[in-house]
Design a protein around this ligand. Structure first.
Ligand code: PMP
Length: 389
């Protein structure tokens, strides 16, 4: 009975890993997947994470009891504080509900299921074009219609296409959800300025849209957790109904531990019990309750998060300029976060894979985390060759 099940198309990002692993070249470099590596290209565990894990292991009161469906309360409270700020009107007025989630993806999945069930299963969801490739999958699997796109990136300038974005959001029907990357937009690395966020806020308010902020990179855009929460906090201050997803995969390097949170903020307040009970009911049927270990680690180190350096960007640009690669590479430094849109074409990306064994997504996005001291020059040389060939 299972023989008619068709093979699913490979995931745009995870499929690259498979190709990379089976490439025998000693020169191969993987710039596809966003996970930080040591100077030798090995997985990196933050020293503070190691310390907390050792302390937990040696603490006789550490147990493996179940968490409640909505997770570790202390972790949820600290997460809400981290993204909203301790003096957030949503927290002060008790208008928000935070539940633990299976990292950023899980926050989106539970959040959109909640929308499908309690707003409407017909709710239109607008995502930026381009966006993280999994957004559209999560929305549809949550029981909502296929995503719609709003223009986001200007390939000419390498910056946000404000005009296009505003025009498309103005055309969205009232009640639509708009997915916004809180900071360090993936894959473009281009974020709106504060003034541009104000424009987006105005359109969202006037059009009665419901924002869902996806925050997978808090701490990566500016290096400051507070600055990177600016957009979310600005929208909360405006008193909107909105949702906020958080992930600790990148900023704490807890990728596989699936540590994240979902916060639902209500403009009026007064129904926290209804919202929380339904989120718990969704979680109960999906996976019953979230894992404990990562949330315990995150809860202990929140407020002491170590930041990742932006110097790889500087190095890559420096190398490209030094070896005389044609073109202006300032955008490598000006873009922010873990990813950079190099501007390489799909053909140039293929060229780099075939000739140099360097892997990146076909849209020319590279993960800064894939670069090391040793590979940065090699990658720059290959990019030069791809550009001049
Ligand atoms: N949103 C965006 C924009 C992302 O880039 C990612 C990870 N690449 C996620 C969400 C989810 O990641 P995770 O589930 O590992 O937290």
């Amino acid at each position: 009975i299972f023989n008619t099940v068709p093979v699913a198309p490979p995931d745009a990002i995870l499929g690259l890993n498979t190709q990379y692993r089976s490439d025998p070249s000693p020169n191969k470099v993987n710039l596809g997947v966003g996970a930080y590596r040591t100077a030798e290209g090995q997985p990196y565990v933050l020293p503070v994470v190691r310390r907390v894990e050792q302390a937990l292991a040696n603490d006789p009161t550490t147990t493996h009891e179940y968490l409640p469906q909505d997770g570790l309360k202390q972790f949820c409270d600290l997460s809400a504080n981290l993204i909203l700020g301790p003096d957030s009107p949503a927290l002060v007025d008790n208008r928000s509900v935070t539940v633990q989630a299976l990292s950023g993806t899980g926050a989106l999945r539970v959040g959109f299921t909640f929308v499908a069930r309690f707003l409407s299963s017909e709710t239109a969801v607008y995502i930026p074009k381009p966006s993280w490739s999994n957004h559209k999958n999560v929305v549809v699997q949550s029981g909502l219609p296929p995503t719609r796109e709003y223009r986001y990136f200007d390939y000419g300038t390498g910056a946000v296409d404000m005009e296009g974005m505003i025009e498309d959001l103005k055309a969205a029907p009232a009640g639509s959800m708009v997915l916004l990357h809180g900071c360090a937009h993936n894959p473009t690395g281009a974020d709106p300025t504060h003034e541009q966020w104000e424009q987006v806020l105005k359109v969202v308010q006037e059009g009665k849209l419901v924002p869902f902020f996806d925050n997978a990179y808090q701490g990566f855009a500016s290096g400051s957790l507070q600055m990177d929460a600016w957009s979310v906090r600005r929208f909360v201050k405006a008193g909107l109904d909105m949702m906020v997803g958080q992930s600790y995969a990148k900023n704490m390097g807890l990728y596989g531990e699936r540590v994240g949170a979902l916060t639902v903020i209500s403009s009026e307040g007064g129904n926290n019990e209804g919202i929380r009970s339904q989120l718990k009911a969704i979680i109960r049927a999906m996976y019953s309750n979230p894992p404990k270990h990562g949330a315990m680690v995150a809860a202990r180190i929140l407020g002491d998060t170590e930041m990742f350096a932006e110097w790889m960007r500087e190095k890559l640009r420096g190398a490209l300029v030094r070896i005389g690669t044609p073109g202006n590479w300032d955008h490598i430094v000006n873009q922010i976060g873990m990813f950079s849109f190099t501007g390489l074409t799909a053909a140039q990306v293929e060229f780099m894979k075939d000739k140099y064994h360097i892997y990146m997504t076909s849209n020319g996005r590279i993960s800064m985390a894939g670069l090391t001291d040793d590979t940065v020059e090699y990658v720059a040389e290959a990019m030069k060759d791809a550009v001049v060939s």
